[in-house]
Write a protein that binds this ligand. Structure first.
Ligand code: ADP
Length: 426
């Protein structure tokens, strides 16, 4: 029998006893009333005791009781005890999480819906110079770099933004924002000072070496030309040696020029002029036609858009020329190289399409790497520096554009340069 039924039964038995005694003594009504009243007072007293116990937290041992009230006390006590255990476990987890995030070498700040600081770890406090009182402050009021504020508002966090630390301008931070939950954001900042320094050293080294190689190369070329002029053709060995030396110095000159141009793309300030791409393409195609007068691939230029692009003409000229020269270089006889300038839904596009040998799927992601040349080209000894597509990629990046390569072995390749609409000018 359940506790509730027992309670009901004892109430009924009490009422029965009172009824019998009441009937025998003739005081049934007053006795029944007294019983009801005393039961009510008893229950009220129990409710009062229960309320007092629960108000005190309900955690301590409950009063000794019997019947249904003991059951109620027991259940509430057990619930409270479980809750306490769960809270303790959660607290421990939060503590562990805090300790681990505090120990993180990267700065981490949790931002609320209005970009206010909700929590920051030790590295964040150090690198951004935050204090305990800054909790609840909006982050744009504390990190005031316009670039950072623009980044925060842009909502596009696919790439990190590089900024100096507000505490020490010699420290470069790569700041990235990760959105999660309902309007919450996590700001992560990594110290990339060393990385930037090494990158600058690499760029400086390449630029210096390329620059220093220019003078000896010019001298060598000059002497070679003189020697070739003096060569009377009597010794075949001497003549072929001169030819080979000339070929190699020319190749080296091309390498140095490409390396210097890549350095220019990486380091020089961007210039912005409105470039008439259609006329630039006509010019490049004409030059390429003239250069490859005896090559058998034909260039077909289609200008479907008159959109001009904001940027630097020299960069675009070099990028487009590299694509066209490659298309001609890797095309078979009697084929067509199609050049098309048109508008698409994503922006303005230049396609350079050839019917050449194509690129293996595994090579496609790598061909824009510096000095990457597919094995076939090396074996077949097709000339080239392996820097052309790296130049194309960087030149497009400077124009907020990107290169897309579609290619199939044996069928041909299509190199597409995408420019965003924000770059269009008139
Ligand atoms: P390269 O001086 O070797 O042409 P690039 O950087 O211009 O250097 O190109 C890198 C590699 O990409 C080339 O060696 C070649 O394997 C491949 N490639 C580039 N353009 C084409 C093309 N139109 N058709 C086939 N392969 C190409």
């Amino acid at each position: 029998m359940g506790m509730w039924q027992k309670e009901l039964l004892s109430g009924l038995l009490l009422f029965l006893a009172v009824s019998i005694i009441g009937a025998m003594t003739g005081f049934f009504m007053p006795m029944a009333l007294a019983l009801a009243l005393s039961m009510l007072v008893w229950q009220l007293f129990q409710i009062h005791r229960f309320e007092k116990w629960i108000r005190a937290g309900g955690g301590s041992k409950y009063p000794k009781m019997r019947g249904i009230w003991e059951e109620i006390y027991f259940h509430v006590y057990r619930l409270k005890k479980n809750e306490k255990k769960r809270k303790k476990k959660l607290g421990k987890m939060v503590d562990q999480f805090r300790q681990s995030t505090e120990a993180l070498p990267d700065a981490a700040i949790v931002l609320g819906a209005n970009d206010e600081i909700e929590w920051a770890n030790k590295a964040a406090r150090e690198v951004f110079g935050l204090h305990a009182t800054d909790k609840g402050q909006r982050i744009p009021n504390l990190i005031r770099f316009p670039e950072f504020i623009r980044y925060l508002r842009s909502g596009n966090f696919s790439e990190p933004v590089l900024l100096p630390s507000p505490v020490d301008h010699n420290i470069t931070l790569a700041i990235r924002i990760i959105t999660y939950g309902a309007g919450l954001r996590l700001l992560l900042a990594q110290d990339v000072t060393e990385l930037k320094k090494m990158e600058r050293m690499r760029k400086d080294f390449v630029a210096n070496v390329s620059h220093e190689l220019r003078t000896p190369l010019t001298v060598l070329k000059g002497y070679l030309e003189t020697l070739q002029d003096m060569d009377d053709g009597e010794s075949r060995l001497l003549t072929t040696s001169f030819q080979q030396m000339q070929g190699q110095t020319e190749r080296m000159q091309l390498l140095v020029d490409d390396l210097l141009f890549l350095t220019h793309l990486e380091t020089q300030q961007k210039k912005s002029e409105c470039i008439n791409v259609a006329s630039l393409l006509s010019q490049i195609c004409k030059e390429a036609d003239a250069m490859s007068a005896n090559a058998t691939a034909r260039i077909e230029l289609t200008l479907e858009s008159d959109a001009c692009i904001v940027g630097e003409e020299q960069d675009l000229r070099s990028a487009f020329t590299n694509l066209l020269v490659n298309a001609l270089k890797y095309s078979p006889d009697n084929s067509v190289v199609k050049v098309r300038w048109y508008s698409s839904t994503d922006g303005i596009v230049l396609d350079v399409m050839d019917q050449g040998e194509g690129i293996a799927a595994a090579d496609i992601p790598r061909v824009t790497e510096r000095f990457y040349r597919s094995e076939v080209k090396r074996i077949k000894k097709i000339g080239g520096t392996g820097l052309g597509l790296a130049i194309v990629k960087h030149a497009l990046m400077r124009h907020d554009g990107h290169l897309h390569i579609a290619s199939e072995l044996g069928k041909g390749s299509c190199f597409s340069c995408f420019f965003p609409l924000k770059r269009v000018c008139h």
